[in-house]
Write a protein that binds this ligand. Structure first.
Ligand code: G3P
Length: 224
């Protein structure tokens, strides 16, 4: 599959602000802005709302995680097959808050590819991103953990990690699209990410915890 660049992936995480019906409300806002603007906005609701949200919006819905498990006995795990059946078209893998061993990341990527699920593999550092590029996921998102949830965007606090990841990942596989995240809050941060060679952003708190998420989303995409 292919999707338009740049991508703005909004990870809802498990914040109280998106519990229950509020996940759908936020996804509908993202859907409306994407529809009006043509921007590629992707939402990652929490697992328990995945199917409910995916049934009701047109924009891509990604899972926040998958486990490298086949259908069968595996209580509490999230199989790629379940995610696809829920209506998700993609998934995060190895988020900084939900890390997996590298071999599991590779297994998840392969299982998702076999099912036609778009993969976004997260990495804390340039070196980890370069290593995980051997699995050729669709996206690699670099997110320095110390900046996650903070007020300073990775593009200002550590621009070298963004440009360095772009260079390192493209050296391994130039087809992988590189995203960056951590502290991204506004359209200026998104523009800076693109100027550094990224093909989009992965963000959470700037949207999910905003008083007026719609105006934040409109601002995020203002220059793309
Ligand atoms: O998955 C997105 C993420 O970890 C960045 O979070 O709150 O810094 O935008 P945040």
């Amino acid at each position: 599959m292919s999707v338009k660049d740049p991508a703005v992936i909004v990870n809802f995480k498990v914040y109280s602000e998106i519990e229950g019906e509020k996940s759908l409300s936020l996804a509908e806002i993202c859907n409306r802005v994407a529809d009006e603007s043509g921007a590629n906005i992707i939402v990652c609701p929490p697992m328990v709302e995945l199917s409910y949200v995916a049934d009701q919006v047109e924009i891509p819905v990604f899972s926040q995680n998958v486990d490298p498990r086949k259908p069968g006995s595996g209580t509490g795990f999230t199989t790629p097959s379940l995610v696809k059946a829920a209506g998700a078209t993609g998934t995060l893998i190895n988020h900084s808050e939900h890390k997996q061993p590298a071999d599991d990341v590779g297994a998840c990527v392969q299982m998702c590819k076999d099912l036609g699920i778009t993969t976004c593999v997260c990495a804390d550092t340039v070196d980890i991103a370069a290593d995980l590029a051997r699995f050729s996921p669709y996206y690699i998102a670099v997110e320095p953990p110390e900046l996650i949830g903070g007020d300073i965007s990775v593009t200002s606090a550590n621009p070298a990690v963004v440009s360095g990841t772009v260079d390192a990942v493209k050296t391994v596989d130039k087809g992988i699209k590189v995203l960056c995240g951590a502290g991204v809050k506004n359209g200026g941060d998104v523009k800076a990410a693109i100027d550094l060679g990224a093909e989009g952003v992965l963000l959470a708190s700037g949207v999910v915890k905003a008083k007026d998420p719609e105006s934040v989303i409109r601002d995020l995409i203002r220059d793309i």
